[in-house]
Design a protein around this ligand. Structure first.
Ligand code: 13P
Length: 252
């Protein structure tokens, strides 16, 4: 089974509309021939429309970074799936550890968000990952099992293979400290095995990404791991040269 790698840049809360347009204008010509990978950028809400418009007809996919599970209602400050699809956004990052840790996002609510996004036609990148304490206490697999099983519980088995899961060890995010190749491969394979518990066929299709201080100098090793189908890149995705170097490091 060959899965097309996905290299996704998570810009987090970085980028006015003007900055976002500048960044994609520099990026687009650099990825025009990168046919060995799918490339996405996960953009702040306010810049989504502008980035979608300036990337129309290109290979670059545009993702949001969060979404409410209801289509509309009294949820002040939230954005729904129909609001994203109306402006032709391709997908959405759900359950990023920053949303879990800083904004109280739970596995229970992700259980609703993931199928709501998929029903609306959005590609989902579901983020999972353990804290440093959980790793040190030998709780990594328990944590990942909970996050993957809960997050995907309401996804029908025939659509399970469409999901992208990003394994992002929290201790590696923004710290410059990456998982070793062995730690990353073990966790990525474990995530795939959890999907296989529901469907072996879906597990062959599902893309599992690594995220957490992926940089040009460690990307080739991580992206070559047997169960690594791409990367979710934070800091390095804000620098077009670094992001392109990571795209170039993906296996052909
Ligand atoms: P860094 O690449 O900055 O560590 O961030 C990773 C991440 O959180 C991507 O979602």
């Amino acid at each position: 089974m060959s899965r097309t790698p996905l290299i996704a840049g998570n810009w987090k809360m970085n980028g006015t509309i003007a900055e976002s347009e500048d960044r994609v204008a520099s990026l687009l010509p650099r990825i025009a021939t990168a046919e060995h990978v799918d490339v996405a950028v996960c953009v702040p809400f306010t810049a989504l429309q502008a980035v979608v418009d300036s990337t129309r007809g290109s290979r670059l996919e545009v993702f949001a970074q969060n979404m409410h599970h209801e289509p509309s209602g009294a949820f002040t400050g939230e954005i729904s799936a129909p609001m994203l699809t109306e402006i032709d956004v391709h997908g959405v990052v759900l359950g990023h550890s920053e949303r879990r840790q800083l904004f109280g996002e739970t596995d229970k609510v992700l259980q609703l968000k993931v199928p709501a996004a998929m029903d609306a036609g959005l590609t989902v990148i579901l983020c999972v990952g353990e804290t440093e304490d959980e790793r040190e206490n030998g709780d990594t697999e328990r944590r990942l099992r909970h996050q993957v099983q809960e997050g995907l519980e309401k996804v029908p088995v025939e659509r399970l293979g469409e999901v992208v899961v990003a394994y992002e060890p929290i201790w590696a995010i923004g710290t410059g400290q990456t998982a070793t190749a062995e730690q990353a491969q073990d966790a990525l394979a474990f995530v795939r095995a959890l999907v296989a518990d529901r469907s072996k066929e879906a597990a062959e299709h599902v893309r599992v990404l690594y995220g957490g201080s992926m940089k040009p100098d460690n990307a080739a090793e991580l992206l070559a791991l047997p169960d690594c189908d791409g990367g979710l890149i934070g800091g390095a995705s804000l620098d077009v040269e670094q992001f392109v170097a990571i795209i170039d490091a993906a296996p052909r």
